[in-house]
Ligand binder design. Sequence first.
Ligand code: PRX
Length: 644
Amino acid sequence: MPDDALIAVKPELAQGARVDAARHRTMTAEAIRDPEGFWREEAKRIAWMTPPTKIKNTSFEGDVSIRWFEDGVLNASVSCLDRHLETRGDQVAIIWEGDDPNSDAKVTYRELHERVCRMANAIKALGVKKGDRVTLYLPMIVEAAVAMLACARVGAVHSIVFGGFSPDSLSSRIQDCDSTLLITADQGRRGGRTVPLKTNADEALKSCPTVKNVLVVRNTGNAVPMQEGRDIWCHEACAAASADCPPEPMNAEDPLFILYTSGSTGKPKGVLHTTGGYMVWASYTHELVFDYRPGEVYWCTADVGWVTGHTYIVYGPLANGATTLMFEGVPNWPGIDRCWQVVDKHQVNIFYTAPTAIRSLMREGEAPVRKWSRQSLRVLGSVGEPINPEAWMWYYRVVGDERCPIVDTWWQTETGGILISPLPGAVDQKPGSATLPLPGVQPALVDGEGNLLEGATEGNLVILDSWPGQMRTVYKDHERFIQTYFSTFPGKYFSGDGARRDADGYYWITGRVDDVLNVSGHRMGTAEIESALVAHPKVAEAAVVGMPHELKGQGIYCYVTLKTGEEPSDALKKELVAWVRKEIGPIAAPDAIQWAPGLPKTRSGKIMRRILRKIAANETDSLGDTSTLADPTVVQDLIGNRVG
Ligand code: PRX
């Protein structure tokens, strides 16, 4: 598809849109000309106990300090619940669709408010107070949203760990932030299978002395061990608690949540988001990007364990008084048409998913989609990884019947919400391009030395100035925050992504330029997988790189050097795959393992990953300079034994 293949905004979408092309231009100009005035106005979209008078106080230099609305006082749960009671108390806030197609539930704003208040009182009774950390390890059930908002209500900082992570991953995330309470469920359900959450949690807690209590949601109802004095059934604690819970007044810069995410080095880091700026950003972007209109049903297929679930299942939609759909299952179970069946069943207007899901559905052809009406759909969204133009066109043509615009939204855990995306009523689309920044976002491209590049070009994607939803620090490690995001190109936020900009100023994200993988939209550090591999008693050394993968976007390719005396075998490969699944979680399972008697290292001992990436991608005719290698012969051996 050529760069100039424009799909113009449909007049019927521009009409009545929250933002049309003219408004997009004025907002963009205003946000730069007068950020104070612009954000003072936008801050009014959420509920404040004390509205802020100080708006922006940010610096990307030196110690890096980011403060928005710093004298404002609020509670996030009030924006999501209390203020809707009068106007839409009986409107459905959450539609829950179970893994089993015969199970669903609807929760109104009034009911959600009551459930949140009860759980808030229940966790208070367990001693949780403002500033304490609470870890959530939950399936996609209504209680996940209730628990998030209950934490927010009492001023506790939630840290959600994706239910697919292993006990080890859970315990290291609990240990890092010293949570005192864990909220989990007996089991989860996904694609007809059960996920042993409580058993995993018990395993994890063996090395988490700070956790005093475990609140257990009864979900599948199957028997699970309960530890006397520590474990409490959630429904019993909530039934005993009062439904009246005044919201804790929080400063705009008080933490709302921590979410662990992978980087190019070391352990996952605790991305810290605060209350005021994040809530403004969640509401602003959810309304603009999806052109959300009152009464519409909105469905984001992410899991609350990822940032997409935080901002676009819970905080953004609820702040905007939307009806948000929470789906417990997976897109292809029990049938490949599950998504479209759910769209028709609940009359979904806005559908937001990941390219990996689209690619796997596309493989099954058009019939399973065409079987369902999908007439309710108005806007389609994509997130998590670059969407290839073929998948984009299929999504547009088959799923949306060429009627629905596609918003390809670029952002990160660190950015809190969407930064680059078309707006349905304002920006012409190009298949495969995230298009233009949202008003108030200033992306730029720089070369390897940090020089700003102008015009149509390609480079490293940076953001020049702060936006309200930006992460504030790495939990307990501000130095790592500065190092990771502001030291490569001083004075600028470095995303870790590369991008191309065309002559129309449209951005085309090309993917990570660091050692972070994006597997089916899940972000993973190669270093994490390597350390899981070398923890195996038979492994001496490991190097992990990404390889192109038709469905997942990227696959995980591992070069493994065994300890002297260990024999390579297919059985050992299987064992290593199972080992990594157990150490990190199924999402980190290697796609290919190659035995590597030696790895390409420089004379100073640094592994030349560039070469390993090329071999994994089968691009061995463009290896580049190998003359600086300590032993260039290892390369030929690796090429000869390439897997796949
Ligand atoms: O590489 C980019 C990719 O996902 C990374 C962020 O991952 P995470 O923090 O897990 O957040 C995922 C949900 C926002 C980015 O650095 N990415 C995300 N959205 C897109 C994308 N790459 C291309 N196009 C996108 N729309």
